[in-house]
Design a protein around this ligand. Structure first.
Ligand code: ZN
Length: 92
């Protein structure tokens, strides 16, 4: 993939800049019954896979430890192990 200046960049970056792009791991959560929206602010754009208990804090890298957050809420949550209720207060 090349931009209009001829610079090469990976397709993944193009997909991530699309607000409606659903990453594969998010799609798996949706297939398992999650709503296709941010669990915190209900946004349906820029959805990302979040580890409920961050892997840096010993959380497992599997779907049972996964939830859907938009990229904004995910960046605010960062590597904290907090409930959605607390995260909503931080996001506001
Ligand atoms: Zn959100």
């Amino acid at each position: 993939m090349h931009d209009d200046k001829g610079n090469w960049f990976p397709n993944e970056l193009v997909e991530e800049s699309n607000p409606n792009y659903i990453p594969k791991r998010v799609q798996v959560l949706i297939d398992n019954g999650s709503k296709a929206e941010c669990k915190c602010c209900y946004s349906k754009e820029y959805l990302t896979f979040d580890h409920v208990n961050p892997t840096s804090k010993g959380g497992k890298d599997d779907n049972n430890n996964g939830q859907i957050l938009c990229s904004r809420c995910n960046s605010i949550k960062s590597n904290k192990f907090i409930s959605i209720k607390k995260l909503r207060k931080l996001v506001k």
